[in-house]
Design a protein around this ligand. Structure first.
Ligand code: NAI
Ligand code: HPV
Length: 592
């Protein structure tokens, strides 16, 4: 835990002091409920209560958070922050070959089991004993795997980039974090792309096979030059950019298509960003570097091959699934595509009689893009660190299904993170007695330009705080949003620019909870025995049914507040009797 800087939270009504409040204080307009945070503990100190009997049924109560310094266990299953008995180390299953440096790191933290080539059935029966699973591209982590884990699996680490072999939706629903290792194999994949490009242009693979078959076919294997040719990079991310940089060095004219890539990054490399159709229509070589997603699935098909320049050459070190392989065979047969160099396939390994693999104008490698010694050691360490961090409950910068926050944003927001969760938790418990919230509005006040304020993490933490007290499921950062949506809870955000020190990324956070169909008596009183009974009796005598009650205090025998949910509105006499209880300083009836 980081050392504590005191922080203040204030609670106030969304509306101005209403005419129906019952206030025994001299200066009602300045009243507020103050909560202070110190280290990870939350203490509540009532100063003045500022309450409203708002005729508007959608009145909201707002918690304002200023700053604090906190550490936090962000990803632990927080009902049980340390679900493993202290004596037991976590079990980490490694289902594909991983570099030794990564294994060493993992062994220093948990019990590591390396079991390669497991069938789905064996994986499903093993997974219930595991806290973490580390895979590469060869293991299918399906919904059945998450179901079979029975809630124990906390993290799946993908030792590489592509996570198309992991069912992310299922992982999220089961609250299982998925992390990957997005940077360590970039250069290896880019170099393999360039190797395939050059080898294809000069028929290296085919000529090699021919010579080994005893032939000397100099005329058959005349190639094409790269210099001056146009290369279209499809997917201008990490690998695509590195391929572009290298291709420029070979004297190629490089264009790229990527709907999400910033133009200035392309410009800096001397690459022109163009539309999909423009890229494929003008390129002599097309190199694929986009992820496999529902949008990119078979994006290269009969229709797209037909738009390509006759005699185009295709390189794929991304994913086999982005190409309709039958369509590629047709395009190779009719000469639309002159050659293809493929590292990846829809089914891996492809069948030995695959027409594509056997095609004389196709060169293939068995998914070797990331397979250099350097990349494999790097990936292993990158994923081991991410998995160990996740098992410790830390936030991961490479989380795939939880808010991914760049390290610099993470360090800047760290003081607010734990507090944001407490804010949500407090809002739901204090305001709604644990239920009945329909929507939540979070307002961030900051001197920053709203586009410069990454609030995904804070939003997720607030959601976790709100959902956990009203859900039976284990809630963590991964499934908080999903569970909120399932409960029909709407969460909206607003960023307000204020004039404050630019050093602080956030001046305040407000969390407003809108309730539906609730009636509430909020009461501030001297903390003394019998208060719950006295107020309860008054309500009981008037046949007013209590739906929930929560009490908080700051200093023993000094000040307390009480929130009482009621099924029906108490009449004036009943409210008067509550006001006449000597220890009650202020109270209000809210029809929300
Ligand atoms: N063959 C191998 O061993 C390896 C394969 N890969 C594959 O390469 C892919 C790219 O890796 P990185 O560059 O590290 O990922 P990245 O995330 O840095 O780049 C992917 C780029 O594709 C873009 N993109 C998304 N949808 C697109 C679309 N419809 N059209 C065009 N562009 C689109 C994204 O905006 C992004 O810029 C990975 O998803 C993985 O599948 C990565 C490493 C090794
Ligand atoms: O990182 C990627 O996306 C890859 O395709 C590498 O896959 P691999 O880890 O070699 O099975």
């Amino acid at each position: 835990m980081a050392s504590a800087a005191a922080a203040t939270t204030s609670i106030s009504s969304a509306s101005s002091l209403p005419p129906h409040s019952h206030n025994k204080l001299s200066n009602p307009s300045s009243s507020s409920l103050r909560l202070s945070f110190s280290n990870s503990s939350l203490s509540l100190s009532l100063q003045k209560l500022f309450l409203s009997s708002n005729p508007n049924p959608r009145s909201s109560t707002i918690l304002n958070v200023l700053k604090t310094v906190h550490g936090s266990e962000l990803l632990s299953k927080s009902r049980d922050p340390d679900p493993l008995p202290q004596s037991h180390k976590p079990t980490i299953l490694v289902s594909e070959k991983l570099g030794e440096a990564g294994l060493h790191l993992l062994r220093g933290f948990g019990n590591v089991e390396c079991l390669y080539n497991l069938s789905q059935e064996d994986l499903c029966s093993k997974i219930a004993e595991c806290d973490a699973l580390i895979v590469r591209s060869g293991t299918k982590v399906t919904r059945q795997v998450f179901e079979a884990a029975k809630g124990r699996l906390k993290v799946v680490g993908r030792a590489g980039v592509g996570i198309d072999n992991v069912d992310l939706q299922a992982a999220t629903e089961f609250g299982c974090l998925v992390v990957n290792a997005p940077t360590a194999n970039t250069i290896a994949a880019a170099e393999h792309g360039i190797a395939l490009l050059a080898a294809m242009a000069r028929n290296v693979a085919q000529a090699d096979a021919s010579m080994k078959a005893g032939k000397w076919q100099r005329n058959k294997y005349v190639g094409v030059s790269l210099v001056g040719k146009t290369l279209a990079i499809m997917g201008f991310g990490k690998v695509g950019s590195e391929v572009a940089r290298r291709a420029k060095g070979l004297g190629m004219h490089v264009i790229a298509h990527d709907p999400y890539a910033p133009a200035d990054r392309a410009r800096a490399l001397g690459v022109e960003l163009v539309s999909f159709d423009q890229a494929i229509a003008t390129a002599d070589f097309v190199s694929l570097h986009m992820p496999l997603t529902p949008t990119t699935n078979k994006i290269f098909n009969d229709a797209t091959f037909a738009k390509m320049k006759k005699g185009v050459r295709i390189i794929n070190v991304a994913r086999g699934g982005v190409i309709d392989e039958d369509a590629l065979v047709r395009a190779l047969d009719n000469g639309t595509v002159a050659q293809a160099a493929l590292d990846v396939f829809t089914e891996e390994p492809p069948s030995t009689d695959s027409k594509l693999v056997q095609h004389e104008n196709v060169a293939v490698t068995p998914h070797l893009g990331a397979s250099t010694k350097e990349a494999q050691e790097g990936v292993a360490v990158e994923i081991a660190e991410a998995v160990v961090g996740a098992l410790r409950g830390e936030l991961s910068a490479t989380a795939v299904n939880a808010p991914m926050v760049p390290p610099e944003v993470l360090s800047e927001l760290a003081p607010y993170v734990a507090l944001a969760e407490k804010l949500g938790r407090l809002a739901v418990q204090l305001v709604a007695g644990g239920s009945g919230i329909q929507s939540v509005k979070v307002v961030y006040r900051s001197s920053r330009d709203p586009d410069n304020l990454d609030t995904r993490l804070l939003r997720a933490m607030i959601t976790k705080g709100i959902i956990e007290p009203i859900s039976d499921a284990h809630i963590n950062l991964v499934n908080a949003d999903f569970t909120a949506k399932q409960k029909g809870l709407r969460i909206s955000e607003e960023r307000v620019v204020v004039d404050s020190s630019p050093e602080n990324p956030i001046e305040s956070i407000q969390c407003g909870c809108e309730l539906g169909g609730k009636s509430l008596i909020l009461c501030r009183q001297v903390d003394q025995p019998g208060m719950i009974g006295r107020v309860g009796n008054i309500l009981g005598e008037s046949n007013v049914n209590v739906s929930f009650m929560s009490v908080g205090r700051t200093v023993r025998r000094t000040k307390a507040i009480m929130a009482i949910g009621v099924d029906e509105e108490p009449d004036k006499d009943t409210l008067k009797k509550i006001g006449e209880v000597p220890a009650v300083e202020e109270f209000v009836f809210l029809d929300l």
